[in-house]
Design a protein around this ligand. Sequence first.
Ligand code: TLP
Length: 346
Amino acid sequence: MIDLRSDTVTKPTPAMRRAMSEAEVGDDVYGEDPTVNRLQERAAEVFDKEAALFVPTGSMGNQIAVKLHTRPGAEVVIEERGHIYNYEMAAMAAVAGTLARPVKSADGSGILHWDDIKAAIHANDAPYYVAPTGLVALENSHNLAGGTLLTRERTGEICAGAHALDIPVHLDGARIFNAAAALSETVAALAAPCDSVMFCLSKGLGAPVGSMLLGSRAFIDEARRWRKLLGGGMRQAGVIAAAGLVALEESPKLLHLDHANARRLAAGVAELPGVKIDPERVVTNIVIFDIADTGQASEDICVRLHMRGVLASGFGSSIRMVTHYDVSTADIDAAVKALRDVLLER
Ligand code: TLP
């Protein structure tokens, strides 16, 4: 199977498995797991933030951040396809008691400008019957917008605008290492103006489990309490943190290969009848294309791709394919061929 459903499907590398089997462990609820502590210190260093917390999932990291930055009844301004809003089980309502205020990017790229955000903000001087804005939530790279990017400058502009109104900014950086590779920036520079950032070890970086939440020391101390409250206090978690350390050190340098494969995939599918995609917009490892003009349903196409050994995700009139280190350039060519066969078969 050529599995292009997501980069979450990556299996741990031999180096990760070795590190896991040799990991020194302790009880992390007591703060005594040396490998978890090392991962947290190293992540804080790489991101140039005061502190970091190892959390089981990206969703938990994001939702702790939403909870800590807001009060119940506040709104969270977020791009309309943002993961925190669409794919985290309405946790921002269930856990933090907040309401999403979704905004569109003017050009449909998913890349917001401060002006798009400003128009959606209810500042302290808004009429009393309007919910105040408690948080701006950004996503880099932006998954459902097709892995699009926020530059350092754009993030800085948005944070400056929000901070001038005393509104914090959280960055869902599940794939911030992909963003950094594509922009030739450091993750620290991309996250610098944000009050908190979450990134995933378990996506393109290839670790089996885990994400990191980063911010000020006081924020992370409080986040640790909320991780426990949500059932995320882990014990000998060094076994998985060890793989995370390998992922953090080794995997970022390989992401450009996934991006080249994504560009190759985009160029290939752009040639197929009824497929709409602008290959110029494919800049990281996510390829989303519209199949409305093929006259076929995305679910149906995915089922028939599956029969040809290719897994993809269909939603609405779109199909998403994500490249990662477990797919080769030959796999990409085979996937394009399988899609061509599926589309021409009717
Ligand atoms: N994304 C998954 C699905 O949930 C859609 C995927 O296959 O891409 N932020 C972003 C931007 C994400 O893409 C994801 C997962 C998360 C947060 C949540 O991470 P997990 O799955 O660890 O809770």
